[in-house]
Design a protein. Structure first.
Length: 355
């Protein structure tokens, strides 16, 4: 892993600026929770905001919307980055429910990665050697239509305030890394997250804590001083994996906020999505902008075969061809690994052949 660090900046006194001084970190933790409450949850409302007609994009409205088992949810800061009047906007396509989600496609199911078979305790999964995945929260700030856990039984995996299920990690000395996932772990309040990290921080054999999150992408206000202090207090190495899929997601405000996280290892994990980012120019720009923001592009995932998401898929031949274009146009450290997850596999599988 190549560490990514931004150039050092000086403050008004000529000293080295801290992330809190040069990043656009919010002082008020209520800001991000207010954005959650203001999130758009009605399809016609979203279409009005972006000036797109439902017929232009096969949006799920009326009775179709009522059939959705994975409803619309998108924060307004993310909506603000969408192009008005463009039914093909790549950010809109990631969050807008369409009638194509009702299509039944052979090979697509509700648990394509067999995560049910990886559960070792409530909210704790063991998928790879030396690592434990903790479902820290069952909710997300945004409902991405391609989500591989859109059918996950979160109600069966709620973490209580005592974090009893963390005992599964505490009692297994082979676990070196804990992955906080969900849902989105940053949906927890700073106080709740601090308690969880405190429990994990007291486990001697855990040397890394990895946090997967899309919240700073869709609500930059989530990166508060309290969050930064909570993460800085963790005795283990903290790795933050962000989920950017398109360069249009990285506006100036978002980039300034992400810079506040630069004292931690920052990686990005994208999903290769048909109609969103399946062209070389977009992926090259994404890698460049990520690195300019202090984030290393690490994974480019093939979509998982999740029921309701087949319209985002693309052939392995197409994916490999795109990846080869990235290799030709970018330095090696800016080329994300093209991977897929195989149920029961010992690791994520590199996609190398045309297939």
């Amino acid at each position: 892993m190549i560490p990514v660090k931004s150039l050092q900046r000086t403050n008004a006194n000529g000293g080295i600026a801290t992330p809190r001084e040069h990043g656009r970190v919010r002082r008020d933790g209520e800001d991000w929770r207010g954005e959650l409450l203001r999130a758009v949850t009605d399809v016609p409302h979203l279409l009005r905001l972006v000036d797109v007609h439902a017929s232009e994009i096969k949006a799920a409205t009326g009775q179709d919307a009522l059939r959705l088992d994975f409803p619309l949810r998108v924060p307004r800061p993310y909506v603000a980055r969408m192009r008005r009047g463009d039914p093909d906007d790549p950010l809109l396509r990631q969050v807008l429910p369409t009638t194509r989600e009702y299509e039944t496609v052979p090979g697509y199911g509700t648990d394509p990665l067999d995560e049910a078979g990886a559960v070792v305790d409530t909210g704790v999964l063991s998928k790879y050697q030396g690592r434990a995945l903790v479902i820290a929260s069952g909710s997300c700030a945004v409902h991405c239509r391609y989500c591989f856990r859109r059918h996950f039984p979160y109600a069966d995996h709620r973490q209580d305030s005592s974090f009893e299920s963390i005992a599964a990690v505490r009692h297994d000395p082979t676990i070196r890394e804990v992955i906080l996932s969900g849902g989105d772990p940053l949906m927890l309040t700073d106080a709740h997250l601090a308690r969880l990290l405190g429990e994990l921080g007291a486990i001697d054999h855990v040397t890394r804590i990895r946090i997967h999150t899309r919240l700073p992408v869709v609500i930059p206000q989530r990166v508060t001083p309290a969050l930064l202090e909570t993460l800085a207090d963790v005795p283990q190495r903290v790795v933050v994996v962000l989920h950017f899929n398109h360069p249009n997601e990285i506006d100036r405000d978002c980039a300034a906020t992400i810079s506040g996280l630069e004292e931690f290892a920052l990686l990005n994990q994208s999903v290769l999505l048909a109609g969103v980012n399946d062209d070389a120019d977009t992926l090259v720009e994404l890698s460049e902008r990520l690195f300019d923001t202090g984030v290393l592009p690490y994974y480019l995932h093939m979509p998982d075969a999740v029921a309701g998401t087949a319209h985002f898929d693309l052939s392995q031949r197409r994916a490999v061809a795109l990846h080869r274009q990235l290799q030709a146009r970018l330095p090696g450290y800016l080329v994300p690994r093209l991977v897929r997850e195989v149920p029961g596999g010992a690791a994520k599988e590199l996609v190398l052949a045309d297939g």
